[in-house]
Design a protein around this ligand. Structure first.
Ligand code: HEM
Ligand SMILES: N[C@@H](CC(=O)c1ccccc1NC=O)C(=O)O
Length: 272
C-alpha cells in the first residue's frame, strides 16, 4: 500500500510551501472580471476539483482491491470517499452566498466554459458506471484527455467489479455480465438482484458483501445529493437561463438526477 521509497529526492531543508507547491496552487486564482465575488467562484471550483482528485484516487484503488477480493481494504477507501463527498456537498452552502446579481456581474467573462467540461467529474461518473457516448465528444479537441477518458470509459466500473465479486463468492451470476462491454451503462439483471437479495437476507454469512453493498449505497446516495444541491444552487443563482455549456440549464441538471448507478441495491430494499 505504501508508496514510500519511490521518490529519492527528499530535501532536508524543504519548506511547507515547497512541499505543497503552494506557489502553483495559490497563484492560480485569477479573477478575469476583476469582480470581488469571482474569487469565491474560482476557489469553490478548485476546492471541488481537488476533492474530486482524492475521490478518484480512492475509488480507482478500491476497484482494484475489490477485483483482488481485498474487501476490508476497499471499505477503508470507500468510507473516505463518503467523507469527502460530505465536504463537497457542504461546499454548496458557501456558493449559495453568491446572489444572482453578483454572479451576473462576471458570468460573461466565463465565455462558453462550463462544469460540463469537468474531466474529473466524468472520470468519477465512469467509475460509478455511468457511460454516455456524447460525453467523449466534449474532449475531442484534446487528444491526451480524450485517450485517458476513453480508457476509463471502457474499463469496468465499481459496480461491475462488485458483480464479479458476487460471482466469485458462488452466486449464479449471468455469465454475460462478467465479460460484457463495460463501455455500456449497466442496465440491471435478475441474477444480480437475486444475489443481493440473498446477501441482505443472510448478512451474517455474507458480511463482507453486505458491507460492500452498503458502502456503494452510501456513495450513490451522496453523489445524488451532490447533483441535487448543484441543480438547486444553480436554480437560485441563474433560474432557468440556458447554461454557458449550451445545455438547457436547470432542466438538464434535473434530468441527470434520474439515473440510478446501482439499481439492484435500491430495488432490494422493497423486497426485504
Ligand atoms: C454559480 C455557480 C454554478 C452555476 C450557475 C452552474 C451551472 C451549471 C449548468 C447550467 C450546467 C449544465 C451545463 C451547461 O449548459 O453549462 C452545469 C454543469 C455542471 N457543473 Fe455547474 N454550475 C455552478 C457551479 C458549479 C460548481 C461549484 C461545480 C463543481 C465543480 C460545478 C460542476 C458542474 C459539473 C460537473 C457539471 C456537469 C454536470 C453533468 O453533465 O451531469 N458547477 N453547471
Ligand atoms: N454553466 C454555468 C457556468 C459555470 O458554472 C462554470 C463556468 C466555468 C467554469 C465552471 C463553471 N461551473 C459549473 O458549471 C452557467 O451557465 O452560468
Amino acid at each position: 500500500m505504501s508508496e514510500k521509497g519511490i521518490h529519492t529526492d527528499f530535501k532536508d531543508n524543504m519548506t511547507y510551501g515547497e512541499y505543497l507547491q503552494l506557489d502553483k496552487v495559490l497563484s492560480s486564482q485569477e479573477r478575469l472580471s476583476g469582480h470581488h465575488d469571482e474569487m469565491l467562484f474560482i476557489v469553490i471550483h478548485q476546492v471541488s476539483e481537488l476533492w474530486m482528485k482524492l475521490i478518484l484516487h480512492e475509488l480507482n484503488t478500491a476497484i482494484d482491491a475489490i477485483e483482488k477480493d481485498e474487501l476490508p481494504e476497499a471499505f477503508k477507501m470507500l468510507a473516505r470517499v463518503s467523507r469527502v463527498q460530505t465536504q463537497i456537498i457542504q461546499a454548496w452552502d458557501v456558493l449559495a452566498t453568491l446572489t444572482p446579481a453578483e454572479y451576473m456581474e462576471f458570468r460573461d467573462s466565463l465565455g462558453r466554459s462550463s462544469g460540463f467540461q469537468s474531466y474529473q467529474n466524468r472520470l468519477i461518473e465512469f467509475a460509478l458506471g455511468y457511460k454516455q457516448p456524447h460525453i467523449l465528444k466534449i474532449y475531442e479537441k484534446d487528444p491526451e484527455l480524450a485517450s485517458s477518458l476513453t480508457a476509463a470509459y471502457n474499463a469496468p466500473g465499481i459496480y461491475d467489479v462488485a458483480i464479479r465479486a458476487l460471482s466469485r463468492a458462488g452466486f449464479a451470476i449471468n455469465p454475460d455480465l462478467l465479460t460484457r462491454d463495460f463501455s455500456v451503462t449497466y442496465q440491471g439483471d435478475p441474477t444480480v438482484a437475486d444475489a443481493w437479495l440473498e446477501v441482505y437476507r443472510n448478512t451474517d454469512k455474507y458480511w463482507d458483501l453486505y458491507q460492500l453493498a452498503e458502502k456503494l449505497v452510501d456513495i450513490e446516495d451522496s453523489h445524488q445529493q451532490w447533483r441535487f444541491r448543484h441543480m438547486k444552487t444553480v436554480e437560485r443563482i441563474i433560474g432557468f437561463k440556458t447554461g454557458t455549456g449550451g445545455s438547457s440549464g436547470v432542466n438538464y441538471l434535473k434530468s441527470v438526477l434520474d439515473h440510478q448507478f446501482f439499481p439492484e441495491l435500491w430495488d432490494v430494499r422493497t423486497k426485504l
